[in-house]
Design a protein around this ligand. Structure first.
Ligand code: NAD
Length: 462
């Protein structure tokens, strides 16, 4: 391409998903001197990236895309051409849990990553730096390096690990001001040189002291560990929420008291119906699998329990609903407020709402799903339950004639609804199950609701 000569570097990202799209948009917006191309095998996704209806909902993303798109940010399906011209290739394809064969249900499925690596070898004619952006099992870079460097073209590939720590819902802010950027490289001369190139890219907007360098294995393992620790905090406070409900302790008060301990810290201590998202469960299970492979049974069991508590919390939420609604919810209408796995995203992967809906359907409840961004994804998740579930974006309509509301996502919108109006149109006795502890429980109780928060005593009229 004639115009490409004006750029000082050519960067490519393979995989235009929740990570590849926002990350590359941020790099392109910050660094107009680089040409940044994002490719994907999914043409609809690429078409959406080239429109104003982006394929993912992320606050602030469209503005950043608009700064750079067509200037130095390009979304394309021309994967081979893009590989050939790039010097630095980020690989941000999906790495889901394996569903078949050895390690099914735990190990990471690396087929997309490996296909990408083989494609890179096939097309390349010059040396390249390959950056693992996807979350991968520790020591994957070794396998990738073997595949990449087993070429007879005399081309050298340097494989670096640069895991992404952004959180959906705050991705643009996280990319703007990351707590840290981690770059793992082989401890060789060429490894160090490649690491310097990546450091230089990030140093365009990130203070040097926040750019950490390490060996490749520490970098790969740090990402799995970060997700395991974050999920562990949620499961820890959720396990205590169950005890609070039995003892008249209040989980919010407990969380505040322990969170003020500087050694513990106050973040990620909010009791909820459970964690979701595409990463926590898959990354912990991947860690569990790796520990098992190394014969570290106790370590594997320790981390597996973080996932077990999460399943328990979702189950417990539905069991409470069933118990307090007179042991039957068959035929009762239950409105879910929120389906996304957290606020400010339309992503529903591993959302607790999926399991909760399925448990409710097992009890033959009628489920109405409401969410400002996630309904299209919810419909895909529950495609097999088309006749039993209805969708209403408007929460007021969703709650009409309902016996209960279950708050599943902490969208601000649900904090400020006119609950008097909602109560009037519901079946009585009316119930609210606050799976995110975001509502004013006392006020709801005064309106007439029977209120069931998580980890604090219920407020009920009977
Ligand atoms: N979602 C997050 O919050 C998050 C945060 C940090 C890290 N990660 C990690 O980043 C990786 C990507 O996650 P995501 O949420 O962006 O996934 P995603 O499913 O949204 O996106 C992956 C994209 O890769 C594309 N793809 C797959 N194989 C391809 C190939 N051979 N060539 C070109 N494109 C291909 C898919 O079509 C898809 O669009 C995962 O390893 C994940 O664990 C995710």
């Amino acid at each position: 391409m004639a115009q490409s000569s004006q750029f000082s570097r050519k960067i490519l990202c393979i995989g235009a998903g929740y990570v590849g799209g926002p990350t590359m948009a941020a790099i392109a917006a910050k660094c107009p001197q680089y040409k940044v191309t994002v490719v994907d095998i999914n043409p609809e996704r690429i078409a959406a990236w080239n429109s104003d209806e982006l394929p993912i909902f992320e606050p602030g993303l469209l503005d950043v895309v608009k700064i750079a798109r067509g200037r130095n940010l390009f979304f394309s399906t021309e994967i081979d051409t893009a590989i050939e011209e790039a010097e630095v290739i980020f690989v941000s394809v999906n790495t889901p849990t394996k569903t078949f064969g050895a390690g099914a249900g735990k190990a990471a499925d690396l087929q997309y990553w490996e296909k990408t690596a083989r494609n890179i070898v096939r097309v390349s004619t010059t040396d390249k730096i390959i950056v693992e952006k996807s979350t991968l099992p520790v020591r994957t870079a070794r396998a990738m390096e073997r595949i990449l460097n087993a070429n007879d073209k005399g081309i050298h590939f340097e494989v670096l690990s640069n895991p992404e720590f952004l959180a959906e819902g705050t991705a643009m802010e996280d990319l703007d001001h990351p707590d840290r950027v981690l770059i793992g490289a082989p401890e060789t001369e060429s490894g160090k040189k490649a690491q310097d190139v990546l450091v230089e890219i990030y140093a365009n907007w990130i203070p040097r002291e926040r750019i950490l360098t390490s060996n490749v294995w520490s970098s790969e393992l740090s990402k799995l560990t970060a997700n395991a620790f974050l999920a562990q905090r949620i499961s820890s406070i959720n396990s205590i929420s169950a005890l609070c409900e039995k003892t008249e302790a209040n989980v919010n008060e407990v969380a505040r008291a322990i969170g003020m301990d500087g050694r513990i810290g106050n973040r990620f201590l909010k009791a909820s119906v459970g964690f979701g998202g595409s990463c926590f469960k898959k990354d912990i299970l991947n860690l569990v699998y790796i520990c098992e492979k190394y014969g570290l049974t106790e370590v594997a069991q320790y981390w597996e329990n973080v996932v077990a508590i999460n399943d328990y919390q979702k189950q417990r939420f539905v069991e409470t609903m069933l118990r307090v609604m007179f042991n039957t919810i068959a035929g009762k209408k239950i409105a879910l407020f929120g389906f996304a796995f957290k606020a400010d995203t339309g992503d529903t992967r591993e959302s607790p709402s999926i399991d909760v809906t399925r448990h409710l359907l097992e009890e033959r409840a009628q489920v109405v799903i409401s969410d400002p961004e996630a309904i299209p994804n919810a419909k895909k998740d529950l495609a097999d339950c088309e006749t039993e579930v209805t969708y209403m974006e408007d929460p007021y309509t969703a709650a009409e004639g309902a016996h209960a509301i279950a708050v599943m996502t902490e969208w601000d919108l649900y904090k400020n609804l006119d609950y008097d109006r909602i109560f009037d149109k519901m079946e009585k006795p009316a119930f609210i199950f606050d799976g995110r502890n975001i509502l004013d429980h006392q006020k709801l109780y005064e309106i007439g609701f029977n209120v069931f928060p998580l980890g604090t005593m219920a407020l009920k009229h009977f």
